[in-house]
Structures are given as C-alpha cells and as structure tokens.
Design a protein. Structure first.
Length: 243
C-alpha cells in the first residue's frame, strides 16, 4: 500500500505532512481514512498492524487482569480486537473504546456482533484537536502501538490528558516496539525504516521511537513507571501511575 505514496517522501519531509496520503484520499492523517480505504489497501494495512500486535495479546491480558480492572479505556481501539478479548476474559469488565469516528463505529459493531453489547461503549475523539479530553472513571487505560502515531509534542498532550483523568489507583498501560530494545540489529533497522511510512503516508511527523524518549515524556506528563516488562520478542509494556 505504501509504494505510490513513497514517491512523495521528499515533499513530506519538507512539509512535515503525509503528502503521499493524497494517493488514497483527502485526509490530514491516514487514521482519519482507515475506514474508507479501498478494501485491498485496508486489508494490507490491518494485516501489517495486527501482525505486530496480535501475538502479544495473551501475555498482555495477564498483566491487565492482574490489576483487576472493572472499567478499561481502550485508546486507539482499532478494530476492537483487544477490547473483545478483555470482555471475553472477564464478565465483570466494561470497556470503553476511545477513537476516531470511523474506527470506533467499526469496532463497536464488531463487538456488539460478538454479543457484548451490554459491556461496551465508545467515545469519539480527535487527539489533534485543540482540547481533547477523556472522562474520569477508568481503572486502567490501555494504549497499544498507539503513541508512536504522534509527534513528541502530541504524545505529551495525550499523556497529560490521560493523567488528568486518572486517580491515584488507576493504571496507564503503554505497549510499544521500541527501536533500542530489539535483540537483533536487523529488527532495529526494520523498525527505524518504518518511520519512512509515518512520514510519507501516516501523519508526516512521527516515527518509531527509542524507549528513552517515552521515559522522558511519561515523566513530564506527571506519571511514573511502576513496571517495565518485555512482551514477546519485540514489545515493551510500561505500567504507569500518577506520581
């Protein structure tokens, strides 16, 4: 799906915008258009995304439910895969998916089709808007491969917004594939090269980050890391709480 868009790479670097995205539609970021991409393009995108996230869900669920959450906010819920597994894992858990309108609509439809309509809800959000906000009340906030879709300033805004909604007892869980935590240099290279996709097609200003950048942003947002865990071969799970 990236080939034609990559022809606009130089233009994207100069402008800080995903100029290659015009090959698919008129959106500011690819996330606004995911639900509207042509079927084969959409299939390629989700298969790539799920290739990295799906294998670590079982290990992640153990950490999530060790916290005994009654209410989970799934931020950037995508197709609802993780939310669906949370609902299947515990009959006492309610999940609120917080995402852009297109993805949110599809995720909620998938989950309701699976029979969990009474324990799922959603909130539309545009994190690039002036004053994004999320409600209070979450025992646990979940973000998987989400924050790397934003610039450092935008990541800080998201983390600060989440911190403002949290109680001292609430957890914020961040799952990422950090470039500086790969066992092999080739894996690090592949992740760093994926940054070209973010520049040309996704949003124009983010990349795959080293963990050190996230550590600083988490601290600046008023949060502290309580657990730093490896998931599978490539992922890191950071369990954060208010300072």
């Amino acid at each position: 799906m990236c080939y034609r868009g990559l022809h606009h790479l130089e233009e994207s670097i100069k402008n800080g915008k995903p100029e290659g995205l015009k090959e698919f539609g008129d959106w500011n970021t690819i996330y606004e258009g995911l639900s509207q991409l042509a079927p084969k393009v959409q299939q390629s995108w989700f298969e790539f995304d799920h290739h990295y996230s799906d294998p670590i869900f079982n290990d992640a669920l153990k950490v999530v439910f060790d916290k005994k959450p009654k209410k989970i906010f799934d931020i950037g819920g995508n197709t609802g895969k993780f939310a669906l597994q949370c609902l299947a894992q515990s009959k006492d858990t309610h999940v609120k998916i917080i995402d852009l309108p297109g993805q949110l609509s599809k995720a909620l439809a998938n989950i309701k089709k699976a029979g969990f309509e009474d324990r799922i809800s959603g909130q539309e959000i545009d994190w690039l808007g002036a004053n994004p906000s999320i409600p209070q009340g979450a025992d646990l906030i979940w973000m998987s491969q989400f924050l790397d879709c934003f610039s450092e300033a935008e990541i800080l805004k998201i983390l600060t917004t989440c911190a403002a909604s949290m109680t001292k007892e609430a957890y914020l869980l961040i799952t990422e594939t950090f470039t500086d935590r790969q066992k092999f240099d080739n894996a690090k290279f592949v992740l760093e090269a994926t940054s070209i996709y973010f520049t040309a097609l996704a949003n124009g200003n983010s990349k795959m980050y080293p963990s050190t950048v996230f550590m600083d942003l988490i601290d600046t947002a008023g949060l502290k890391i309580e657990e730093d865990t490896k998931l599978g071969e490539f992922h890191t799970l950071l369990v954060c709480k208010l300072k």
